[in-house]
Design a protein around this ligand. Structure first.
Ligand code: ARG
Length: 398
């Protein structure tokens, strides 16, 4: 009896060869493509999967769920791994794992396979999530086992007549979804080499891009409008990507620390995430009290690390997200940003929940700030520094 296996299928070289390889190992392969915003032609995809030997092909559109259940929580947490990477790939993996487990349940599959290699974070994210959500499932990662180079994969595809589009000179390894593109490999492996223009697809060259201003409106931490026009989540992200990308915003060149210990050079293109996080964070600066902002910054870092390290389906991620969610009620309002030379600069912000008070902050006459209270406050505030300095002095003279 053949065993049913659900494969995360991207349509690329690795997973097309994987269908054949897994079939040869005795599996009935159900090729499953999950759409989280990487625009692809579903018909070509299905044809390719069947051509490689899949018994069934499924395409599942999860863009909406990806936006509201994964990207919005990350945005509320201003989540940036190592302060810079908006986590596009890392955020999609748990959703993919969940969808694969559902297909496995529906088809009574014994195994789930994915195209990750043995050197990256994605294998960890998939394996940990699958083992948590569907214990007992056999996990197969062909690329981790077979050790084929790209050239060997192309030769394998040719030998067995597997329809692929890949050519030997495909320069980079790319993963893309609504929140960004991750680009690695090829000439980028030398951290001293400037990233060639060819590794960017969503952003204009910042040197020549047209600067512009844009406004983003939030309700309780969630972006709802761009330049005053309301959008549903997936469309809003597409709009933000188009605007920021055209202005050359969102290119990231990062020396990254992978969970498996490797340092790697990664290029990201994340115009929507870069713009929305900048706007969201600014609105928090306007609407949240100082102590909360300071404390939340630490939670944000832990949240980003937790997502990066593949721990989405854990009580830790849930607890961090609950904390972040609890801070967002007042994060409502509008932020104006200038996009120029590849940079985002906030130029204005307003909110019905603004903690800023002009009457308190103004240097003009008639302000409401109690100047006599300031004198008393400072006297108490400085008590310990004075006591310490006096004790030091007393000792040196003793
Ligand atoms: N380094 C990133 C991460 O671990 C992205 C890896 C994406 N893969 C790729 N083929 N570029 O989240």
């Amino acid at each position: 009896m053949t065993k049913r296996l659900v494969l995360a299928y991207s349509g690329g070289l690795d997973t097309s060869v994987a269908i054949h390889w897994l079939t040869a190992k005795g599996y009935d392969v159900i090729a499953t493509t999950i759409d989280v915003g990487e625009s692809k032609d579903n018909e070509t995809l299905a044809k390719r999967a069947f051509g490689a030997g899949a018994v069934d092909v499924r395409v599942i559109d999860l863009k909406q769920e990806f936006a509201t259940e994964f990207l919005w929580p990350a945005l509320k947490a201003n989540a940036l791994y190592q302060g810079r990477y908006p986590l596009a790939t890392a955020l999609a993996r748990p959703l993919l794992a969940k969808a694969l487990c559902q297909v496995a349940d529906e088809t009574d599959a014994v195994a789930i396979a994915h195209g990750s290699t043995g050197k990256g974070n994605d294998q960890v994210r998939f394996d940990v999530a699958i083992a948590t959500l569907r214990p007992g499932t056999q996990i197969v990662a062909p690329a981790r086992e077979w050790g084929l180079t790209r050239a060997e994969e192309i030769a394998y595809a040719a030998e067995y007549g597997i329809p692929v589009q890949a050519t030997l000179d495909a320069p980079f390894s790319v993963d893309a979804n609504l929140w960004g593109r991750s680009v690695e490999g090829g000439v980028l492996e030398d951290p001293w080499t400037s990233p060639p223009e060819a590794c960017y697809e969503w952003t204009e060259n910042p040197d020549t891009a047209q600067p512009r201003e844009v406004a983003v409106t939030f309700e309780a931490g969630v972006p709802v409008a761009v330049d005053g026009v309301q959008f549903a989540p997936v469309q809003l992200i597409a709009e933000a990507q188009a605007i920021a990308g055209a202005a050359g915003v969102g290119r990231i060149d990062l020396m990254e620390d992978r969970l498996v210990g490797i340092k790697s050079r990664e290029i990201y293109e994340a115009p929507a995430a870069t713009l929305l996080i900048a706007a969201h964070q600014e609105l928090e600066f306007l609407t949240l009290p100082r102590e909360l902002l300071q404390h939340k910054a630490g939670i944000e870092q832990t949240f980003a690390q937790t997502v990066y390290n593949g721990l989405w389906f854990t009580p830790l991620r849930e607890a961090l997200q609950a904390y972040v969610t609890s801070t967002q009620a007042a994060v409502t309002g509008e932020v104006r940003l200038r996009l120029a030379h590849g940079k985002v600069t906030v130029v204005g912000r307003k909110s019905p929940y603004s903690v800023y008070s002009h009457d308190l902050a103004t240097y003009d006459k008639g302000d409401l700030f109690d100047h006599t209270a300031a004198v008393g406050f400072i006297a108490l505030y400085g008590l310990q520094s004075q006591a310490y300095a006096q004790a030091q002095k007393a000792q040196t003279h003793a």
